[in-house]
Design a protein around this ligand. Structure first.
Ligand code: IFM
Length: 763
């Protein structure tokens, strides 16, 4: 397999910062849990983290965050009484890599210990077939006979940012099975880890010491022989679909896995991965750099796709740790959801079910924020209940150590519209109305109700306005009539009306039941009025630029460089309170541009161009969400080089791990699934020019010069298509299992693509 399916490091840099970044870059996950790219012998100090999806805990007043599980993959070698670790032992050579085809982590280290050479190799994967399962193959060999102890088991020195989250920890060995059970601190949720091992040779003793539940396996190793150990580890938490105790479920899982053996578990895992790639791979011919970066981005998204039936969503730092409280932001609906709905709708539906399940949390938030609102105000940082994990003082000031008042939580109201619009998009692009009928329409209506209750009717202008908000540009808080916010709110009213009409025509009794349940029938005409009268800032007649919010132009027109030069502390946040960007036109991230990307068909080429040229030099890109929006609009308006530059910036972010890891005093190192989704969007929506509507898919390529071809698959209304774009032609192949004909507009020409047929257009 070519190196465009692998990411590899050829050395080990023994520095904290590098270990942290490498841990992100080489992480693996399977939607149930993540495992950071750390070495077998590492512990909590090196940020070993097995972060679990969908379970959270709070200790005292500290931030609520997800749980990290004890590490059942822990293994350290002791050679002639000397403990071997990449942190302390001389390294002759070291490689580590992950395979993008199947999320397999591998390391290969040659150590020099006591005048002997000891080679340690390991492989680990988190089963894509059995989400609770982790499997490790660990082997060593020496060039001279040696007395070896393999110390392996479960390390329950758990790395936490705001823990410790696990209490009542009990470690045990019984019938050759190691277990660690625990409860969460706040809600007493149970967790169990079980480990079983398979090996041919060695005498085993058991030791529990320093929070390590260990097997000490002694071997008189012969020079040149390889000794291999297979470890099967299961993590089971409260809420998982198993009967009986968590401990018994974990024991059962590892017992079955051990019986199947490494190869058979690996084959099943690989088969699942093959299916994922079959749907989702994108091939770029002629540009290996872009190909690898894009594939790595897609890989990140596939790894963190929630387990089927879990109704979990994807946190802003995926499962790379507890950063950002493991919370779900608008990142999911606006930056990751498009990838899933266009390629893998089975995952897209899980993401939205999560929002349906957290609707009550959004209702509670609406009722309790500000003057008290109606409807659903989704959490800015959402955890398992949908109550907001975002605090009112969410960023620490590095100068004073005090927390700064931020208004992300109470004023970033666009979040509700982001959710509502995604909910409708799912229906439009899949025609699966099950979601709409089972909570989706309720979400949409409650979001519309929230905006109606938040909106201010300005009598003299006979219009509704949205005052005192934050748009995506978080450096400017408490502004009026932010273009992104007003537009997404307006679209929310529109999709609410569309959803009502759809249900009325097709499921009238469902609609009646819903309207009665949430007592909203009288408000539907108000949504119509609000849709018609909600103020949308318009492009200036002369310049075409849309003012990002009221009086934005009155702010100082400083350059990004100027503003940054005013910073005193390197980690200083540029927004909030007296932040250096607050009184200037420098914005944190794409805002008006993000809106122009989302609703590109509502605005002319000239307007998009004028706004891109106006806002681009004013954007600091202080968020990983920004670059892709600039890539998308640049591709749309034909600024190909800029599109490519911003595409690469997005696509290489996690691959190169060159991102900031502190905002104020807050550690925020981890992976960036929104940027990963952005890389896919920049490629498919930007360079391929794809946009799906309820009645057609339009493909209007803006292929980057260097690319010989771009090939990818799309899922549309339950059918699948293989698409290939070259500088000369576009072909769309309807795949064998398709059942319906669909309209495609390729460039200017309209086609109907029947099941199993191929359509093409030449330029
Ligand atoms: O959701 C984003 C926000 O737009 C900018 N700050 C980081 C958040 C999480 O990625």
């Amino acid at each position: 397999m070519s190196n465009l399916w692998k990411v590899k490091a050829d050395n080990f840099i023994n520095e904290k910062e590098s270990i942290m970044r490498t841990g992100n870059m080489f992480q693996i996950s399977n939607g149930y849990m993540g495992y950071r790219g750390t070495l077998d012998e590492f512990g909590s100090e090196q940020l070993v983290g097995i972060t679990l999806a969908g379970i959270f805990d709070q200790v005292g007043d500290a931030w609520r965050e997800p749980i990290n599980a004890p590490n059942g993959a822990y293994t350290k070698l002791v050679v002639d009484g000397i403990s071997v670790s990449a942190l302390k032992t001389e390294i002759i050579s070291h490689t580590q890599q992950i395979s993008l085809s199947n999320a397999l982590f591998e390391r290969d280290t040659l150590f020099a210990v006591n005048n002997k050479q000891v080679q340690v190799k390991s492989k680990r994967f988190l089963s894509a077939e059995t989400p609770n399962l982790m499997v490790v193959e660990y082997s060593f060999s020496t060039n001279v006979d040696a007395e070896i102890s393999v110390n392996t088991g479960i390390d329950y020195n758990v790395w936490d940012l705001n823990g410790p989250h696990l209490v009542d920890i009990e470690a045990n060995k019984s019938n050759n099975m190691l277990t660690v059970i625990a409860k969460t601190h706040e809600l007493g949720k149970k967790l169990a880890v079980a480990e079983l091992i398979d090996y041919a040779e060695g005498d085993e003793q058991h030791l529990i010491s320093n929070n390590l539940n260990l097997r000490l396996i002694s071997i008189k190793a012969k020079a040149g022989n390889t000794y291999t150990f297979y470890k099967y580890v299961a993590v089971v938490k409260q809420g998982d679909p198993f009967k009986g105790s968590k401990k018994n479920a974990a024991i059962e899982l590892v017992s079955v896995a051990l019986q199947k053996g490494f190869s058979s578990n690996f084959e099943a895992h690989n088969a699942q991965w093959a299916k994922k790639w079959e749907k989702c791979d994108v091939k770029i011919e002629g540009d290996d750099e872009a190909q690898l970066a894009l594939r790595y981005s897609i890989f990140q998204l596939l790894m963190v796709a929630p387990v089927k039936g879990s109704a979990n969503s994807i946190p802003a730092r995926a499962l790379s740790g507890q950063v950002y409280k493991g919370a779900i932001f608008w990142d999911t609906e606006m930056f990751m959801f498009p990838f899933f709905v266009y390629t893998y709708p089975e995952v897209a539906i899980e993401l939205l079910k999560y929002r349906i399940n957290t609707l009550d949390g959004a209702r509670r938030k609406a009722a309790s924020e500000g003057i008290g609102y109606r409807g659903a105000f989704y959490a800015w940082e959402s955890q398992e209940t949908g109550d907001d994990a975002c605090t009112y003082f969410n960023i620490g000031d590095p100068h004073t150590g005090r927390d700064l008042r931020t208004h992300f939580r109470d004023k970033q109201i666009h979040i509700s519209g982001d959710v509502a619009v995604a909910m409708w998009e799912y229906f439009k692009l899949t025609t699966d109305d099950s979601l709409l009928r089972n909570g989706g329409a309720e979400v949409i209506l409650e979001c519309a109700r929230f905006y109606y209750s938040y909106a201010y009717y300005k009598k003299d202008k006979d219009r509704y306005e949205l005052l005192d908000v934050i748009g995506p540009d978080e450096y400017h808080e408490r502004v009026n009539n932010n273009i992104f916010t007003n537009k997404i709110a307006s679209e929310t009213f529109r999709v609410a009306l569309d959803a009502v009409n759809y249900l009325k025509e097709n499921f009238a009794s469902d609609l009646d039941a819903l309207l009665a349940k949430i007592e909203i029938a009288n408000e539907i005409p108000l949504f119509q009025e609000a849709f018609e009268k909600l103020y949308l800032p318009q492009p200036d007649k002369e310049t075409g630029v849309i003012e990002q919010f009221d009086a934005y132009y009155k702010l100082e027109d400083a350059t990004v460089e100027d503003v940054k030069s005013r910073v005193i502390h390197p980690n200083e946040y540029l927004g909030a309170g007296q932040g250096v960007a607050v009184q200037t036109q420098v914005i944190k991230q794409a805002d008006a541009i993000m809106m122009l990307n989302l609703f590109k068909e509502h605005y002319s080429h000239e307007v998009k161009k004028a706004n891109w040229e106006f806002y681009e030099p004013r954007t600091e890109h202080g968020s990983s969400l920004s670059a892709c929006a600039y890539a998308l609009v640049a591709a749309d308006i034909g600024k190909s080089e800029w599109a490519y530059k911003y595409f690469l910036k997005t696509a290489k972010l996690d691959l190169e791990a060159k991102y900031k890891v502190y905002v104020g005093t807050i550690f925020m190192g981890g992976s960036h699934p929104a940027a990963n989704g952005g890389a896919w969007m920049a490629t498919i929506f930007g360079f391929a020019g794809v946009k799906a509507y309820s009645n057609k898919v339009s493909i209007n390529p803006k292929l980057y010069d260097k690319w010989k071809s771009l090939s990818f698959n799309l899922s549309y209304k339950g059918d699948n298509f293989a698409i290939k774009i070259t500088p000369d032609e576009t072909t769309v192949q309807s795949l064998g299992s398709n059942i319906a004909s669909h309209k495609f507009v390729l460039g200017e020409k309209e086609f109907v693509c029947d099941p199993g047929r191929k359509i093409e257009t030449k330029y």
